[in-house]
Design a protein around this ligand. Structure first.
Ligand code: SF4
Length: 272
C-alpha cells in the first residue's frame, strides 16, 4: 500500500470553526463530514486524533505512509484560508512531527478551492506549519463558476501551487461537482494535471525541466510531425487534431502555404 488518507485534524474544536455558520459551504470533505457525524453521534473526540499513536504503530508495522487529510478544506473561494482551514493545518503539522518520531512517513493534503492569489501563500504556510512535509493539493480550483471545466480551473491552481513548492497534484476531472467521472473524464483530468505539473517543473528544475519542451520546439520548427506526436503529452490527441496543409502537406492547415517554417526555413539555433 502506498498511502492511506486519514482525517486526524478534524477535532471537536476545529469542527466547530467550520460548522458555526461563518462558511459559505461548511464542510466539503466526505471523510471530514463522516468524522463530524461520528463525533456528534457518539459525543466523543475523533478517535483517529485521540488514538494517533496506535494508528502510527499500525502504519509502522505495515510500512504505510499517512496522507493527513484536510477534512476542513475550503469548498469555495470565500472559505479559502479561513480559521478552520489554518487551525486544522497547524494540528496536521504537530501530527507530522509525531509521525516522524514514530518512523512513519506522512504527507499533508491541502485545498481544494482558493483564489489564485492565495495559492502560493498557502503552499508557503503549509510548508512552515507542517515542517516541510510533502504537500498534496486537490487542484486547487481557482474559480467556483466553471463546472464542466474544473479540470482547467484545477490545472491553473495546480501549476501555481507546483511552482510555489507543492509536491503532489491531485487531478480534477471535468465531471467534478457534477457526477461520477467517465473514463474519458479521467483521461482529460489526468492530462490537465500533467500539464500543470510539467509547467511547474519547467520553473522548478530550470534547463533540465525544459529539455522536453526544447525537443518539441526543434521538432516544431523542423515540421517533423512524427517527432511532435511522440513528444506530445497526449500523442493520440495531438495526432487526431493534426490537419496537414500547404505545399507538400509539410505545414498544417492553420497557415497553409504561409507557414513561417516553410517560408523562412528551419532555424539552426541550438540554444540551451
Ligand atoms: S502552418 Fe502555421 S501553425 Fe502550422 S506549423 Fe506552420 S507556422 Fe505552425
Amino acid at each position: 500500500m502506498d498511502f492511506i488518507t486519514v482525517h486526524c485534524g478534524v477535532t471537536r474544536e476545529t469542527a466547530k470553526l467550520a460548522t458555526n455558520g461563518t462558511r459559505l459551504t461548511g464542510v466539503v470533505s466526505r471523510g471530514g463530514a463522516f468524522t463530524i457525524c461520528w463525533m456528534r453521534a457518539n459525543d466523543r473526540e475523533n478517535p483517529l486524533y485521540e488514538r494517533f499513536d496506535e494508528l502510527l504503530s499500525i502504519c509502522r508495522e505495515h510500512d504505510v505512509t499517512l496522507s493527513l487529510g484536510d477534512g476542513l478544506r475550503p469548498g469555495c473561494l470565500a472559505d479559502g484560508s479561513d480559521r478552520a482551514q489554518l487551525e486544522e493545518t497547524a494540528i496536521l503539522g504537530e501530527l507530522v512531527l509525531r509521525a516522524r518520531s514514530a518512523g512513519v512517513q506522512a504527507m499533508v493534503e491541502g485545498p481544494g478551492h482558493l483564489p489564485l492569489d492565495q495559492v502560493a501563500p498557502n503552499v508557503i504556510l503549509q510548508k512552515r506549519l507542517c515542517h516541510g512535509a510533502p504537500f498534496y493539493v486537490l487542484g486547487p480550483i481557482v474559480t467556483d463558476v466553471a463546472p464542466g471545466y474544473d479540470h482547467i480551473s484545477g490545472a491553473i491552481g495546480g501549476a501555481v501551487a507546483g511552482m510555489a513548492g507543492a509536491d503532489f497534484l491531485c487531478y480534477v476531472t471535468p465531471a467534478e461537482h457534477l457526477g461520477l467521472p467517465s473514463a474519458e473524464d479521467v483521461r482529460e483530468g489526468v492530462a490537465a494535471a500533467r500539464i500543470a505539473a510539467h509547467a511547474a517543473d519547467v520553473v522548478r528544475l530550470g534547463a533540465r525541466g525544459r529539455e522536453w519542451d526544447d525537443k518539441m520546439a526543434r521538432a516544431r520548427a523542423a515540421l517533423d510531425w512524427d517527432q511532435q506526436f511522440r513528444l506530445s503529452i497526449d500523442p493520440e490527441r495531438a495526432r487526431s487534431r493534426h490537419h496537414p496543409g500547404g505545399e507538400g502537406d509539410r505545414a498544417c492547415s492553420m497557415c497553409g502555404p504561409y507557414c513561417v517554417f516553410s517560408l523562412l526555413g528551419t532555424p539552426a539555433a541550438d540554444r540551451r
